[in-house]
Design a protein around this ligand. Sequence first.
Ligand code: SF4
Length: 541
Amino acid sequence: MSTRVRTFYQYANRLLAGERSRLTIKKEAPLRIALVYPNSYEVGMANLGFQSVYRLFNEHPLVMCERAFYDPSLEETVRSIESGQLVTQFDVIAFSVSFEMDFFNMLKFLQQAGLSLRAADRHVRDPLVIAGGVATFINPLPIAPFIDLFFLGEIESQMHTLIDGLLSWKSAAIDKNEVVASLSKAPGFYSSLVKDRDRVVIAHAGKQDNGEVLQYSPIVTSYSHFKDTFLIEVGRGCYRRCRFCAASHIYQPVRFFPLEVILSTIDKHIQGTRKIGLVGAALCDYPEIVQLGRDLVTGGYELGLSSYRFETISESFLDVLNTGGVKTITLAPEAGSFELRKRINKPIPDELIYDSIELIAKSNIKNLKLYYLVGLPGETAADIDAMINAVRKIKSIFYSGNKPGRELTISTNAFIPKPFTPFQWCGLADEAYLKENRRYIERQLKSIGMIRMTQRSVKSEVLQAMLSLGNHTIADVLETSVLTNDLNYLYDSNEGRSAIHQKAEDESLSWDFIDYPVGKKQLWKQYTASFSQSKKSRAPR
Ligand code: SF4
């Protein structure tokens, strides 16, 4: 055994030793799927979508599914962690992709596996390469030539169609190209190899607010980003429709799962931990969130919440969080001024922000994290200054109780327009604008003091925007970037630059061929409504 394979086994054994699960893998099942998260184990295992698909595959009596991750620190990474088999020995390689920046990792993974990057160049006997996850289903075109078959939408509704199709291919009733062509006719499936299909309908799991599609993590592990946490979904979608937010526009209808179903799912499936991570885009809009928290802490569980809203912060809610051992609250005002928050349809009044921080200051919460966006449509220098003034005030309120060990973190990231939102026509703010304003914010927050700042590099945000908004031409430059191991190729490309420009109403968008519940007309109406609220436009400092 080579050193690099031995190193892989040590890595896999260490990870497996940290896992608790009741899931069993049927080694002899006829359909063998390698489910790949194109990022580290720590990130992948914190992703409820990835964990859910792993469970759904393995619950099928005729499927065995093992996991692989892309870990650039290892020379050998293209093996499943469960059995150590090469992913090329599986029938299917299924990528679960939640973030556009992982497109690059996904192609590196295929390259390291020794497979041709382009689906059309792969052999009919190579594994079928499929991909799903929110980053792929809002705009698959930048990676379309590399994937045999995409699944666009909520997998629960079409899991049986997918597995039945794959099983008939495995039983040699049809070949790989035929299964791709046949599945591509069903809602939610798309392949660039199939040329005679103009439109694709996104797959929805339907109303199903009875908890039938509620997802939970089958594995709890100490090596996840959410250490030793049982993740459970309390609802899907969000009715608030912030104009920049893809989750609220693509997951429809909004579903909140019944309290008793959530509690019984926890009782039935939790394994080896007392820590619960509640997940949902509109988690704090869950109608019985305080009751749910109370029931869990009364049952002796520790709590973790994936998101918070200012509107939910109350003394009783903070009491529940305190008893549940929560030490960190993350809130997203997004913009410093009320005017700009109105424009993005997140109209949180200033008073509500400060009143909430006052309540938090009186509680035992140690860490407060606030997220702001820079480069929002219509943002001006006054909005940036409003953000700095707001942070100054928040800091003085948060530290006013003189409670030791407190930390305030301010995260400022570029606004990246997303498909299927009213802001899908927006361009990314100029790089120079983003850099200049981020430097300005950094200087100002440093002078305020006692603030931890986090921000991504502007370059990585530009790359993410290119991958998020690009069309099929991005695929060629992405391929060269992977082959040369140099993302500058994409960053400097005309294709990348043209993806992030401001679009006109009648301009065709690369995701126009996908039918989503919210039509383009409705989105345009929302887009123009945001601008009719104010005549301001982004202004240089
Ligand atoms: S409240 Fe959060 S999840 Fe809901 S639409 Fe706004 S940003 Fe999206």
